[in-house]
Write a protein that binds this ligand. Structure first.
Ligand code: PHE
Length: 471
């Protein structure tokens, strides 16, 4: 596909102002009606939505995905892969079916790219959980579009979309891997242990994981948080089920974290080999899991948050068509981009999206190599300062809207955007903001002329869309 051509044909459609009168948008081959109050997706986003970096075998994101998939299926061949879900999903799939309250901030137009009032660009891979749970043979009577699988677990890797700030670690599209595993409950007892069969099965699965962890990751130091205070369990699960499922979940994630980071430690040379790898579990909250946690890893002097997870709420399983009380299970969602940046030593998240051969030729299937910067092109900064419109209207502008305008005009030529000054005039009570835009391309030198032109467009888009007064 010729991206630059697509860019220009869509561009005219997608500024907020120009959506009026353009009743439809075609995304990945499907036509959607636009909605004047909801549609806020930009051409930048539409163009990124058919890249599928996670499917490129030699791209750092693709290499990492494959490495984790292989690892998790090496202990038990229990995970079905889903790597081709399209990014537009329903509000129901992304939020409602997972129990997000109506006023959850994640739903707001300042944080999420909406196609219209019913469709949006998924903000997380959890949007596909229900469909995948529904696809496990013997667990759900639902017949889905896909062939059902016998595997009691799945891994979904996909691009996800969030309106956000602009800097070296934030990009409006990033990648997640969702993992989940279920066990069917049974009242039948095992003849050996005299425990229900599913308890025996979870114990066996857990044993295998623990053995693998002991053998491969003896340098792992885990600070666990097992307390269920303010992180309550669900009534339908017994204490023993909660304990075993949580352990299985945590050991699974520890195994994958240990393998990824140990591989990196090994490649870093003798000093770091065998160094301790510290992780810690922290209580968390997600509307579709209980109890819930996050795992953090201590890396280069900092705790990095990697992954949210928890035991799947009964309502989600019921929504997937499971019978009441029939099943227990867990789910996690792992962010891939930050991990890939650190493994491959990639200094700027925009590099993942470059089409420059000097980037792509450095990576190979199955290998974690260190990125060698080909050149750092000089950057230049421009400030834009403006008065916000009067009270009522100023609440209509969110910082992410400013980010969006800069992205739309500058594309990947913008490295970061920072608020550097704000004040309220004592007499008029008007508020002034000043943003500093850092322009710098990963691939080439920029001319003053082109930057001036972009900056002029940013300024006029701010005025046109948000009625600010430039200073
Ligand atoms: N979807 C969550 C996120 O994006 C992560 C998550 C997945 C948490 C599955 C719990 C279970 O933050």
């Amino acid at each position: 596909m010729n991206h630059s051509r697509l860019f220009f044909s869509l561009r005219a459609l997608t500024s907020k102002r120009l959506f009026h009168g353009k009743p439809q948008l075609k995304i990945n081959g499907v036509v959607y009606d636009t909605h004047s109050d909801f549609t806020n997706v930009s051409s930048t986003i539409l163009n990124l939505s058919d890249r599928s970096l996670h499917l490129e075998p030699a791209h750092p994101i693709g290499v990492l995905r494959k490495q984790i998939e292989d690892k998790l299926n090496s202990t038990s061949n229990s995970y079905q892969y889903y790597n081709d879900f399209r990014p537009v999903v329903t509000v129901e799939e992304n939020f409602d079916s997972l129990g997000f309250p109506a006023d959850h901030p994640g739903r707001s137009k300042s944080d999420t790219y909406y196609v219209n009032d019913k469709y949006l660009f998924r903000t997380h891979t959890s949007a596909h959980e229900l469909e995948c749970f529904g696809n496990i043979q013997g667990f759900s009577p639902r017949t889905e579009k896909r062939a059902p699988t016998e595997k009691p677990g799945f891994l979904i890797t996909a691009d996800v979309y969030r309106r956000d700030e602009i800097d070296r670690t934030h990009y409006p599209v990033f990648h997640q891997m969702e993992g989940a595993r279920v066990w069917k409950r049974s009242s039948e007892k095992s003849s050996e242990s005299h425990e229900p069969l599913h308890i025996q099965k979870i114990r066996d699965d857990l044993c295998k994981l623990e053995k693998q962890l002991r053998e491969e990751s003896s340098n792992l130091v885990v600070e666990d948080d097992k307390s269920l205070e303010s992180n309550p369990k669900q009534d339908y699960m017994s204490d023993l089920e909660v304990d075993l499922c949580s352990q299985h979940l945590k050991r699974t994630i520890e195994l994958l974290v240990a393998q990824v980071f140990n591989k990196k430690l090994q490649s870093m040379g003798s000093e770091d080999q065998g160094a301790q790898l510290q992780v810690r579990w922290i209580k968390a909250y997600f509307p579709w899991t209980a109890p819930s946690w996050e795992i953090e890893v201590f890396w280069k002097g900092e705790w990095l948050e990697l992954c949210g997870c928890g035991l799947v709420r009964e309502q989600v399983l019921l929504n997937a068509g499971y019978e009441k009380d029939s099943t227990v299970g867990w789910a996690f969602g792992l962010g891939l981009d930050r991990i890939a940046m650190l493994l491959f030593e990639i200094p700027d998240i925009r590099l993942f999206w470059t089409q420059d051969e000097r980037f792509h030729s450095q990576f190979h299937e199955g290998q974690i190599t260190r990125f060698q910067p080909y050149s750092k092109y000089p950057g230049t900064t421009r400030d834009v300062a403006f008065w916000l419109p009067e009270q009522k209207e100023s609440s209509l502008i969110h910082e992410n809207d400013i980010m969006e305008i800069v992205r739309e005009e500058a594309g990947d030529m913008v490295e970061s955007v920072k608020l550097i000054d704000q004040f309220t005039h004592p007499n008029s009570n008007k508020k002034s903001l000043c943003y500093r835009i850092n322009y710098q391309s990963m691939d080439r030198n920029l001319t003053n002329e082109e930057i001036n032109k972009i900056q002029e467009n940013v300024r006029s888009q701010l005025v046109q869309n948000y009625k600010v007064s430039l200073r």
